[in-house]
Structures are given as C-alpha cells and as structure tokens.
Design a protein around this ligand. Structure first.
Ligand code: M6R
Length: 621
C-alpha cells in the first residue's frame, strides 16, 4: 500500500513527482504529498484526499530545485487527513514511508520524554524524528541508516532526504517494495516500476534489508551493515502505453477487454507444437521432481485465492493429487503441516502482497519447494520462489483484479496438465485434447465479451438492489465467490458467494423479494478422452436450488450454457454462454460477472478503478 516516488537529476521535479504519483495512486489514495529542496530547504506540500487536490494546490507553485520525493497514502496509523499525510518533515529530515513500524509506540514514548513534539498519529513521523536526532548529532544520512534501522521492527520502505546533504536521496527496503530507476544524469526511486517506466526501463530491485544512496550521477546499494553491494540493472519490457487507458472510460473496462489477448500471451511459448501438448517453458522442475510431490498447498489472498480454489479442481481432476487452498493470512499462523513432499503454490498479481510473501517464507522454512504464479516480473514473490510461472497479462491498474485472475487460471490449468503428465494420471492423448481446448479459449473469451451490452442492460435494471447472492457448484462455486467480491468491492453493494447446495443450510433465511440471486450453471461439453462431464448432474441440482429461491420470492439471473432452457421459467434473466468444456467454464463465466459489477458500479457513480478503502497491492499484514 502507499506509493513512493523520488527523483534526483537536473529537471524540474514537479511534473516527475506528480506524474509518478498518478501512476502509483492505485496503491492508496487517502492523501498525497510532495517535498522538494529549494535553496537547500525542504518545502512540503500535502493534501487530504485524491491526488487531484494536491495537483490543484501546486498549479501555481514553481519549483526551483531538482530533487524531491512524493507519496500517495493508504492509511494505516492515523486518519486520512493532511497532518497524517506524507512527506513528514522533522528538523533537517523529510521522509516518505510505506509499511508499518510495529514498535513505534516505544519510540514515541522515548521521543516524548526527550521533549520532542509529535504532530501526527503516524508511525512514519516517529522515524523522521529518529533520523533527525542522528543527523543533528553530526551523522551523515548513510551513517544514520546504521544507527536507526536496527531499532525498527516491522515492514517498511522509506525514502529520506536531509537538508544537510541536499544532493542525496536514501531509499530503504525491508518487507515493502522499493526499486531504483536508472537514468542518464538522473535517478529515480519508487515503490513500483510503473511510476518510472515511462522515463527509464533500467531498473534495480532492492532486496529486503538493503538501502540505496542516489545522487544525480550515481546509485549505490548497501547491505544492512552499510557495506557496499554490487547491483544488477534489469531491463523491463512493459511499455508505458500498456498501462494507459487507450480510450476506455476506466482501466477496469480496458483490462476486462484485454483478456483474450492476455490469455493468448500467457499461453504463448508454453506449448510444444511438435507434440501438440502444453509444456510450460518456465517450469524449472523436472518431471521427476513434479512426480515426487505428495500434495499441493495453494495460498493466496482475495481474487488470487479464488483462482487457487479453481486450481484445486484442476489438479485434483487432471493430476489426482490432494490439494488444500488457504488464505495466506491464515496459512502462516496455523503452523501448517507441510514438508519437502509438499509443493507450495502462491498466486499473486503484484507479487508484493505481505500475507502471501509471509506464507511463502513460512513454507520455505518448513522445507517445501515453492512455485509462484505472478504477473509482475521480478516482484519479491517471484524472486524468492524456487520457480515462477508468469501470467503475461500486462500491467493491471484497476484495483479490481480481472485479467490477472483469468490468466492465473490459465497458468494453473497448464500446470495441472504438466503435473498430470508427470504423475501419469493423464495420457498424452488426454493432454493433447486439453491443450487444443486451451488454444481455443481466447476465441471463446472474445465471444463472451460480445455480451457486454446485454450485461449493461441487466446491470442498469438491478443497480439499486441492496443484496446479491452468487451461487454455483463444482468449479463454478469459486467463480460465484469471485463474482460477489467484484460486485461488493467496486459497487459497495452487499454480495455473498455460496456453493449452491449450501444456501439451504442458513443463508436462504435472507432470501426474499429484495434479494437477487445470480446462478451459474454450465452443461459442459464432454471430453472425448476424459470421461463424462459430471457437471450435467450438478446443473440439474442448481435448477432445484433456484426453485428454492423462487419459492421465497427471490429474483434470479442465470448464466447457463446456450441451448439449455431449464432456467428460462425460473429466472428473470438468462445469459447464454458458449458451449465449453468443464475446465474452460470458470474462465468464461467470470467475464459476465466482471462486466455486471463494472456496469452496476458505473450506474452507482463509484470510483471504479480506485474503490474506497482499497489498495491494489496490500503490502501490510
Ligand atoms: O496482488 P495480489 O494478487 O496478491 O492481490 C491479492 C488481493 O489483494 C487482490 O486479489 C484483491 O482481492 C483484489 N482487489 C480483488 O479484485
């Protein structure tokens, strides 16, 4: 959470900082601020609320300096107001921070005893005081790193500047992302490559417990003992244009529409065309290693966890291996029973989610092999995992995850086929059939996207309803969870996802005329090699569940396979989906739910790309 940008060079930093913050705003948008050195003095400008408030304030302000820092906040300690906004300026020090200092209260008590006055409720201001004490007693900023950092507990990334060294920025990373952008005669520091990619593609990723000193000519990286380290500059290929809206009203809508391409790009390079079978090029485990795993544990948060639940169905059906799926925030604290015979799979768009990272580290500590499914290249999760399979979805800016989810499903599908082949639960002929199915997927996705107008009309009709249930069975149950999450996070309407058969065990008490139930029921096209599509049975059971809803006055929108008329008499609306096999259905059924949530939110006038209280990347526990 929170976006950080810093610049040192010869240009006017105003546009660089504001522009960087605009690209980082998805990380938090409770307040924003910048600080620049003017004639050796740090000038701070901060505003409560969105970045546009800060832009307005700075409209007439001219900066003379060439070095500055900026921050966009997702509040953890203290209300989202101007006093708690960053940068925090204390004496000679100005600082921006992302993360949480867990022992800030101990420090605060000591500072108060020393007679220091503390203006904000933040943990960040406390750290600014600690640095100020050190530079006031004559230490350089670099020396102050060695005395202050060991006293801090928690996860953090900082960028600090001192009026005593007005040509220097220091960036520190410990548990929250921070990277450096290398330019010519100028350098950048940011929490996300997106903030600087339109200015430089040359990126240095800091590791935990490292800090960097940036001047306009040079960057230097140090370990936590202050010893200089060699650093690698990586070239990032995401073009800045990929991260623009390209004429769409919102990033979310653009990203929904990008799904066919994103899926194609994710499949690309992962098929052995000679054999006509999936072969994940980044899968560095040998067949023997894959076959040696006795079970799989999947851990992730939010939408990524929903992908994991569908992955479980894929692995169990194609590879006949036991799989458990956990919230990352629960996994790490429940002393999980895993060992070297467990493959731990983490799934994360950003690769920076604190809970997921902690779960990965927990599993590594217990001896598991780790594989991550990530979208952001070289993210922390990617770097710390034994194997990374990338979703090539391109940058996802909308806070509500869309194309990251469907491409995660594609990767899980490909991996389950690989594991199935390794364990010999799939024959080559079965794997071939599953592969040609996957190759057809982008075309089916395109055909579902054609339903946009229909979904918009339905959304307009239901946008004022107060409560929604999403139900499905089998691998459409996690899709129901995902549909409910999408609707609640961007439209702020109460929505719950349930396994359709579970409704009668309690939630049905809530069904009346005011509730809307969205039922997902596919009749899957049978596989020629993999036996019958047992979802035909499940689909009939969903019909019964819908009858139960109707009997209590509830209204129903059904998503069903074309040609299926069973839902017509019991639904207010029926959305017809293309025929597809069992494993493709969850990917296809997700898309109308994304569109529905989008158009409901649009009707309700919410901030679709930056819904209240949320952040794209949750880097605190
Ligand atoms: O970056 P990650 O995939 O690790 O993020 C996990 C969740 O925070 C994320 O999926 C969240 O639930 C989305 N806002 C849902 O749309």
């Amino acid at each position: 959470m929170c976006g950080i940008i810093g610049y040192v060079g010869s240009q006017n930093p105003k546009d660089i900082l504001l522009d960087g913050l605009k690209r980082l705003e998805y990380r938090g948008y409770d307040s924003a601020g910048v600080a620049v050195f003017e004639n050796g003095k740090s000038q701070v400008y901060r505003c409560e609320g969105r970045l546009e408030n800060l832009e307005r304030r700075l409209k007439e302000v001219q900066f003379a300096g060439h070095i500055g820092i900026g921050h966009t906040r997702w509040a953890t300690h203290g209300a989202p107001n101007e006093t708690n906004a960053h940068p925090h300026k204390i004496g000679a020090i100005t600082l921006v921070h992302n993360g949480i200092i867990e022992n800030y209260i101990d420090h605060k008590e000591k500072l108060l005893k020393m007679g220091r006055s503390i203006a904000s409720d933040t943990d960040s201001e406390i750290v600014a005081h600690l640095f100020d004490i050190e530079v006031t007693r004559g230490l350089t900023l670099l020396q102050a790193m060695n005395t202050v950092l060991p006293t801090l507990r928690g996860s953090y990334a900082f960028v600090v500047m001192s009026e005593k060294e007005p040509e220097l920025l220091i960036g520190v990373r410990n548990g929250a992302p921070l990277l450096l952008g290398v330019g010519e005669g100028e350098n950048y520091v940011a929490s996300d490559a997106q903030a600087v990619l339109h200015r430089t593609r040359q990126i240095v990723y800091l590791e935990d417990h490292q800090f960097a000193a940036l001047t306009r000519e040079k960057i230097s990286v140090f370990n936590d003992r202050g010893e200089p380290l060699n650093h690698t500059v990586k070239r990032i290929d995401w073009s800045p244009e990929q991260a623009e809206k390209l004429g769409y009203r919102h990033y979310m809508l653009k990203e929904i529409h990008e799904q066919a391409n994103a899926i194609t790009n994710t499949i690309d390079g992962n098929i052995d065309h000679k054999r006509g079978v999936i072969a994940c090029s980044e899968l560095a485990f040998t067949r023997d290693v894959l076959a040696s795993f006795k079970r799989i544990a999947i851990t992730a948060c939010g939408t990524a966890r929903h992908a994991g639940l569908i992955g479980k169905s894929y692995f169990e059906r194609f590879a006949r291996i036991p799989v458990e799926v956990d919230y990352a925030s629960e996994f790490r604290y429940r002393n999980p029973v895993i060992d070297s015979s467990t493959l731990l799979i983490t799934i994360s768009q950003s690769g920076e989610t604190a809970d997921t990272l902690a779960a990965l580290r927990e599993a590594k500590g217990l001896g598991s092999k780790t594989l991550s499914i990530c979208n952001v290249r070289d993210s922390t999760l990617a770097r710390e995992s034994d194997v990374v399979l990338y979703t090539n979805a391109g940058p996802e800016i909308g806070v509500a995850s869309t194309k990251a989810f469907t491409t995660q499903l594609v990767v899980l599908y490909m991996l389950s086929v690989e594991v199935g082949l390794a364990r010999k639960t799939l024959t080559e002929a079965e794997a071939k059939e599953l592969t040609s199915d996957l190759v057809r997927l982008p075309m089916l996705v395109e055909s579902v996207l054609q339903k946009e107008d229909e979904l918009e009309k339905i959304a307009i009709e239901y946008q004022a309803d107060p409560s929604f249930f999403f139900i499905g069975r089998g691998c459409l149950y996690p899709v129901a969870l995902e549909g409910a999450l999408k609707l609640k996070e961007i439209s702020y309407i109460h929505a719950e996802g349930y396994a359709a058969g579970e409704l009668k065990h309690g939630p049905i008490a809530l069904i009346d005329r005011s509730t809307v139930t969205i039922a997902l029921a596919s009749v899957d096209t049978p596989y020629s090699h993999l036996g019958t599509a047992y979802t035909t049975v499940l689909h009939e059971k969903v019909v019964s569940n819908i009858q139960e809803v109707r009997a209590r006055g509830g209204r129903v929108i059904s998503l069903v396979t074309e040609g299926n008329s069973h839902f017509d008499p019991i639904s207010q609306h029926v959305v017809r989906m293309p025929r597809a096999t069992w494993a493709m259905s969850p990917i296809l059924y997700t898309i109308p739910l994304q569109l529905f949530a989008y158009y409901v939110a649009l009707q309700r006038g919410t901030d679709v790309d930056k819904p209240r209280n949320l952040a794209k990347s949750v880097t605190v526990e």
